[in-house]
Design a protein around this ligand. Sequence first.
Ligand SMILES: Cc1cc2nc3c(=O)[nH]c(=O)nc-3n(C[C@H](O)[C@H](O)[C@H](O)COP(=O)(O)OP(=O)(O)OC[C@H]3O[C@@H](n4cnc5c(N)ncnc54)[C@H](O)[C@@H]3O)c2cc1C
Length: 383
Amino acid sequence: MIDTLELAGIPPQDEALRPAIRSFLEETVGGLAPEIRARSWMGFDAAFSRALADRGWLGLTLPVEYGGAGKGPFARFVLAEELLGAGAPVSAHWIADRQSGPLILKYGTEAQKRFYLPRICRAEAFFCIGMSEPGSGSDLASIRTRATRTDGGWVLNGSKIWTTNAQRSHYMIALARTSGEPADRHKGLSQVVVDLSLPGVTVRPIRDVAGDAHFSEVFFDNVVLAPEALIGDEGQGWAQVNAELAFERSGPERVYSSMVLLEGWLAHCRALGAGGARQAAPLGRILASLAVLRAMSIAVTAKLARGENPALEATLVKDLGTEAEQMIPRIIGDILAASPEVPMPASLGRTLAYLEQMAPSFSLRGGTREILRGILARGLGLR
Ligand SMILES: Cc1cc2nc3c(=O)[nH]c(=O)nc-3n(C[C@H](O)[C@H](O)[C@H](O)COP(=O)(O)OP(=O)(O)OC[C@H]3O[C@@H](n4cnc5c(N)ncnc54)[C@H](O)[C@@H]3O)c2cc1C
C-alpha cells in the first residue's frame, strides 16, 4: 500500500496561484487576533467566503460550465494550504466546496448540477453533512433517519447530531434509509438534499467545550421533499457516502489545525531571543513531522490529479496528520508551563487554551482514529 504514495511536486502553474492568495489573506485576515485565526475551518464568515468567490477561488475544481474554475486538485491544495496556514475563516463554504459540490458533480442529475453548483461557487449555498445520528457515529450503517417515498416525493423523519454549521447552512446532504431496516446495514441507504428552511426541520445548536456553537442537533418531523431531492441512485447511499468521505479526508486540512499556534509560539521565542535545547529539540520534532506530512499530502493530491482513488492513503495522512495537530499544542503547552516566570503574550495563551481544548476533537471529526486504523488494517489485508 505505502509504495503507491510516491513523492510528487506542486506543478508551477498551481504554485503560481500562491502570491495573489497570500496578499489577499494578508489584507483580509492578517489583522485578526490569533485566537480567532486558530479557529480557521470552524470560523464562519459568509462575507469572507463571498470575497473568495469574487476572486474565483470557490469551486476551483468544479467545471467552468457550472461556475467553477476547472482547475485540478493541486490548485485546491495550494489554496487550502494558504487559507489554513493563515487561519482564514473558511467554514461557511468549506463543506460545499470540498465535498457537497464534488458529490453533486459526480452523482447529481444535470438539473441538480445546474441548480446547486453555480450557487456553491458564488458562496450563495452553504452545505452541511448529515451522517452521524445519536447512537450511530462510527457505526454509520445503523442510522435510523428514514425517507419514505410518497406520490409527491419523499417524507423525511428522524434526527442527526454533531452536524457542523447546520444552524447556518442552506442545505444538508443527509444519509437516510429509503428501504429495509437498520439491521439491513449498508443496503437501502440513500442520500437526499434537504433545504433546511423547510417546515418540519428543527435545528438546535450544541455548544462545545471552548464555548463555540459550530455544530447542531437537527430534527426532521414529516419534512416533505420533492422527488428530485434524491442525490444519485436510491439504495446507493453507502457507496456515495464512502466516495464523499474520500473527498473529505484527502485534502491537506488534517495537518494544519495547529499552525496559528505554532506561528505564535515561534514569534514569542524569537522575541525572547531564546535559543537552546528547550525550544530547538521539540521544534525540530514538530517540523520534521510537518515536512513529512506535507510531502504525503502532496503525494495524495498527485494521486487525485492522476484520477486515481487515494482513499486509503488519505486515511493514513489523516491519522498521522491529526496526531501532529494534537502533538503541537501538547508540546508547546509543556514548554510554556515549564517556565511560568517568563511572561507570554495574552493572545498566545488564549490560542493555546483554545487548541488544548479542541485537540481531542481532531481525531474524532471525519472518522475516529480507531475507525481509520481499522480501514488501514483492511487495506493491508489484515481484516
Ligand atoms: C468537531 C466535530 C464536527 C463534526 N461534524 C460532523 C458533521 O458535520 N456531520 C456528521 O455527520 N458528523 C459530524 N461529527 C461527528 C463525527 O463524525 C462522530 O463524532 C464520529 O464519527 C464518532 O462517532 P460517535 O461520536 O458516535 O462516537 P462512537 O462511534 O460512539 O465512538 C466512541 C469511541 O469508540 C470508538 N469505537 C467505535 N467503534 C469502534 C470500533 N468498531 N472499533 C474500535 N473502536 C471503536 C471510537 O473510535 C471512539 O473513540 C463531528 C464531530 C466532531 C467532533
